[in-house]
Ligand binder design. Structure first.
Ligand code: ADP
Ligand code: MG
Length: 522
């Protein structure tokens, strides 16, 4: 009876779903591990690809962590953090997206037993941050500079970095061919920071070895001239006329208005137009331009720009005809024309080249590299363990766990290649334990299943890729560890539904941001 008389205290609306503390943390960690399990098998040269089939029926084949994470429809709020770090790694450095997801999930997995034993997450977070700073210092001290080399030497060094990136991709079989192409493209655009200065044109069909690099601009034939179906044209040092498109559109519109307002004067306007066009054509001829570029039939000459290039050429690529402008002196650009079988193949090849381009640019800019194949990860791990010995208390355990988590990279490289990971890791630990430090560049030998000097074998990665990956993975792990409650509010969910139905902002970033804020305040 007494219990019935008790007044009810309602803090949250009915239907609000909450879970708190340890249980929540463990469930978030499990979700992140599950997500990492999806991309786990794609790591390294022997990694597998994923075929993702989305609701619209489109099919993507990819090995790129960021691409896979983007396509997976992840709804778990904590696991979404992993998607974000993969994306940010992709935009910051362009490669290492699988690495960053695996590291973050592994840091969390190592933290799980401590959380279950009742360790306060803040203690773990503090130790992880310390370990992260130590790890980054170590990467910096191990990085080797490629500064001060001749152009030829630099090119071959950069090509090594590009090859390491391409190793794990579909086009890995032709990594030397593509690495050279990427390096030439990056060097051609010089110090220009804009990624879009390297264009990639995809022409399905043919062999991937038919792909080629244009030191300039290439685009599909989009304009024609009398007899265009005749012999492909080729000019040396032609003058090129570029016509401003915006102004043309405006004058077209004005003309249309005159026509509408006074139909009787139609003929005289048409005549006048023809005169103007003839005049313009005369001017085109006078300018000496061999090639005129304009989106409309004929443009406003007042806004002309006269340029030149070394060679203008028309080239048949598959069943398309391409206009190729090479050796453009102003505005340095490069274009890669990609060939290959299926659409999915070409799409993946483009993503792979994008990774390689980013890597070469990073390496060129920062010009320091570290040994890949898990070598750098093993070395940081050893260093952290050594450091931890001097620390008293529980944080020694936490730093050791962080160090252990780093071993996931060589371990996964082995697992994916079908090697005995325990055996290889034991050998690597022994090698790295040498007091002389000579074992530092040793990593997984992907060809034999043993260990090898990754540095000597030119399995190189730009140091920034590793630094960024370690930083982002640690931050993500700490973020997940700092959340002890997720409140799912059914009301705000349905409010979103209404907004979407009303044709609001759709599913964009603003939308998601709104949901995050809604959750926090409750
Ligand atoms: P991510 O998306 O993280 O870049 P990848 O699938 O590209 O993942 O794999 C990168 C990993 O593969 C790096 O740790 C790199 O050092 C390693 N790797 C690349 N080439 C080789 C090789 N020839 N031998 C051993 N490891 C390699
Ligand atoms: Mg890669």
């Amino acid at each position: 009876m007494a219990s019935m008389m008790q007044p009810q205290i309602i803090l949250l609306k009915e239907g609000t779903d909450t879970s708190q503390g340890k249980a929540q943390l463990v469930s978030n960690i499990n979700a992140c591990t599950a997500v990492a399990d999806v991309v786990r098998t794609t790591l390294g040269p022997r990694g597998m690809d994923k075929l993702i089939h989305d609701a619209n029926g489109s099919v993507t084949i990819s090995n790129d962590g960021a691409t896979i994470m983007k396509l997976l429809d992840i709804v778990h709020p904590a696991a979404k953090i992993l998607v974000d770090i993969a994306k940010s790694q992709d935009s910051e450095v362009g490669d290492g997206t699988t690495t960053v997801v695996l590291l973050a999930a592994e840091f969390l997995r190592e933290a799980k037993p401590f959380i279950e034993d009742g360790v306060h997450p803040q203690n773990l977070i503090r130790s992880y941050r310390t370990a992260c700073n130590l790890a980054i210092d170590k990467v910096k001290s191990l990085a080797t500079s490629i500064e001060g080399k001749s152009l030829e030497e630099k090119k071959s060094l950069l090509s090594k970095c590009a090859q390491t990136t391409l190793n794990s991709k579909l086009i890995g079989g032709e990594k030397e061919f593509f690495a050279t192409m990427v390096v030439n493209a990056v060097i051609a655009i010089g110090t220009d920071d804009r990624l879009n200065m390297i264009g990639i044109k995809k022409v399905p069909g043919g062999n991937m070895r038919d792909s080629f690099l244009v030191d300039g601009v290439a685009f599909k034939k989009t304009f024609s001239y009398a007899g265009f179906e005749q012999q492909p044209k080729k000019f040396l040092n032609p003058k090129i006329l570029l016509l401003n498109i915006e102004l043309e559109l405006k004058s077209e519109k004005e003309n249309a208005e005159i026509r509408l307002s006074d139909p009787s004067q139609y003929q005289s306007i048409v005549d006048a137009e023809w005169n103007i066009i003839y005049e313009k054509l005369d001017k085109c001829v006078q300018s000496g331009a061999k090639v005129v570029l304009s989106r409309l039939a004929i443009g406003d000459l007042a806004t002309q720009v006269l340029g030149t290039c070394e060679v203008f050429e028309e080239k048949q690529v598959g069943n398309e005809r391409f206009n190729i402008f090479s050796g453009c002196p102003s505005g340095r650009t490069a274009t890669i024309v990609l060939r290959g079988g299926a659409d999915q193949f070409i799409e993946e090849a483009e993503r792979s080249l994008h990774d390689a381009i980013m890597i070469v640019r990073r390496a060129l800019k920062n010009s320091t590299v570290v040994a890949g194949g898990g070598a750098i990860d093993m070395e940081i791990s050893r260093y952290l363990r050594q450091h931890a010995r001097s620390i008293l208390g529980k944080s020694q355990l936490f730093i050791n766990s962080y160090a252990k988590a780093l071993e996931i990279i060589p371990r996964q490289l082995c697992d994916n290649a079908g090697f005995d990971a325990t055996d290889v890791l034991n050998k690597l630990r022994q090698k790295h334990a040498h007091a002389s430090g000579e074992g530092a560049p040793y990593g997984v030998d992907i060809n034999t299943g043993g260990i090898a000097d990754s540095f000597a074998n030119f399995v190189w990665e730009p140091a920034v890729v590793k630094i960024n990956a370690i930083n982002a993975a640690t931050e993500a792990a700490c973020l997940v560890l700092s959340v002890d409650e997720t409140v799912k509010n059914p009301k705000s969910e349905s409010a979103q539904g209404d907004a979407a139905a009303m044709g609001g902002r759709g599913r964009g970033g603003a939308f998601r941001g709104g949901r995050g804020r809604g959750m926090r305040r409750r």
